[in-house]
Design a protein around this ligand. Structure first.
Ligand code: NAD
Length: 366
């Protein structure tokens, strides 16, 4: 046995108290020295069905950071799935590592075995750092994986559907803010133009919006700009450029006490998960500044709607039709927030929790 520590120690992580704070059902730590796999599977709530949520691979600096991400993301999935009206619970998995340099077939297959051992309690799918090809590798070890290719009977890459739902959520927000849902001529800043951000730019440009983009990978940035004509901006301009809509489509936490005072927009609506660093404080700060925030878990549900259909019968038209309901849900959330004088985040949370409570109550009488 080697004495080399598996992880850099970085303070202690109180797993049970972390779980209790978000009310999680189960956390599984997965380790395999041979493949270098270090993963966390977080199952938040399975009232509505098996936990479902993507797999993210990211070079987290500490174990604590990875755990926090898994906990926050999986809870977000519970709320997202409930609000989207689908019958799956909330879960998420993270692999600690750099997807561009550390990911291997063996590692993904080992991860697949861990998922399989959960016997269908958790279904995985793509998230940041993962592709459809990766899901097919995981599929060699377990059927509890979604987001596989349409040729193999799956639903394919969910990001075009996620982008479509985000676009519709943005139109609903524009309707609430201005009385018209047209994005023609509106200035929209998309931060992160990877899978979802790239497709979102396509919809926006097609409708005649003036789109500004930033991404930390120059190649991605240039490719999206060349394809769509979107204007590349610098990192310094991301939070300050005067725009109608700021669309965070990279990672979470970009709405915080440092960025919110700088924002020069009337709407925040993007696909990134967990945009609010502190969901109570930052949602309130946006409201106080008069910025209409379209809750992330409400507008980015298209991808999970798409993959959840793999548990039934998959059809892209059905996925698109279900995703179109995001517009209506967004209007409901904005109206409830206005009537109750609460943040839009709180309003979305209330509607999601209400569905879980009602269905959970129903289940008692099976
Ligand atoms: P992706 O990895 O394809 O794209 C993310 C992009 O963000 C990359 O191009 C990356 O270079 C860029 N990026 C990272 N940090 C950045 C920063 N600080 N500034 C600017 N750009 C940065 O991932 P994706 O699938 O497009 O997902 C994007 C976001 O949407 C994530 O938060 C993800 O959790 C969320 N989301 C995705 C889906 C989906 O269907 N893929 C569904 C729901 C939510």
């Amino acid at each position: 046995m080697s004495n080399v520590p598996l992880f850099e120690k970085e303070g202690s992580v109180e797993v049970f108290s972390e779980m209790a704070s978000y009310d999680h059902e189960m956390i599984v730590h997965c380790h395999d020295r041979a493949t270098g796999l270090k993963a966390i599977i977080a199952v938040h709530n399975t009232t509505l069905g098996p936990a479902m949520g993507g797999l993210r691979m990211w070079p987290y600096a500490t174990e604590g950071e990875a755990l926090t991400d898994a906990l926050r993301l999986s809870r977000g999935m519970t709320l997202k799935n409930a609000l989207a009206g689908i019958n799956v619970g909330g879960g998420k998995a993270v692999i600690i590592g750099n997807a561009r340099t550390d990911k291997t077939e063996a590692m993904l297959r080992r991860f697949g075995k861990f998922v399989h051992n959960l016997g269908g309690k958790y279904y995985t799918a793509e998230d940041v750092g993962m592709s459809e090809d990766d899901m097919e590798i995981i599929r060699t070890e377990t059927p509890y994986v979604t987001g596989i290719s349409q040729i193999r009977g799956g639903s394919g890459d969910p990001s075009p559907v996620t982008a479509y739902g985000t676009y519709l959520g943005m139109k609903a927000a524009m309707k609430k803010a201005t009385g018209s849902d047209s994005l023609n001529g509106k200035r929209v800043l998309v931060q992160g133009v990877g899978h979802v951000g790239g497709y979102l730019v396509d919809h926006l440009v097609e409708e005649g919006a003036k789109v500004f983009i930033y991404d930390i990978y120059p190649q991605t940035l240039e490719a999206v700009s060349a394809r769509t004509g979107a204007t590349i901006i610098s990192e310094e301009e991301v939070y300050t450029l005067p725009v109608d809509v700021y669309a965070p489509c990279a990672l979470g936490g970009t709405l915080n006490p440092e960025t919110i005072p700088q924002l020069n927009c009337m709407i925040v609506c993007g696909a990134a998960n967990n945009q609010l660093l502190d969901e109570v404080r930052d949602a309130q700060d946006l409201k106080d500044r008069g910025i209409l925030y379209a809750p992330d878990f409400m507008v980015n549900a298209g991808g999970i709607i798409n993959v959840s259909l793999e548990l039934e019968v998959y059809h892209r038209d059905l996925a698109m039709r279900k995703t179109e309901r995001i517009y209506e849900t967004a209007m409901k959330v904005f109206d409830l927030a206005g009537q109750a004088d609460i943040t839009t985040h709180e309003a979305a949370l209330k509607l999601a929790e209400q569905r879980i409570a009602e269905i959970g109550h129903n289940l008692l009488y099976r």
